[in-house]
Write a protein that binds this ligand. Structure first.
Ligand SMILES: [Zn+2]
Length: 59
């Protein structure tokens, strides 16, 4: 199974975040949702996770 990643530095943020998260799709979604909530003040909702899912790229 291929890994996916999200690179925070590709998206505008207040703190010039450079975090990159990679793993299986479910792993990335879990970690990215927690990271976005803790660091970027997002709410971890099913809708937000759907948005994140659309931002995943193949590693
Ligand atoms: Zn970030």
């Amino acid at each position: 199974m291929g890994r996916k990643f999200i690179d925070c530095s590709e998206y505008p943020s207040d703190n010039n975040c450079s975090v990159k998260i990679s793993g299986t799709e479910d792993e990335v979604l879990d970690v990215a949702a927690a990271h976005a909530a803790a660091t970027h003040g997002h709410e971890d909702t099913p809708e937000f996770r759907e948005q994140l899912r659309g931002m995943l790229k193949d590693e």
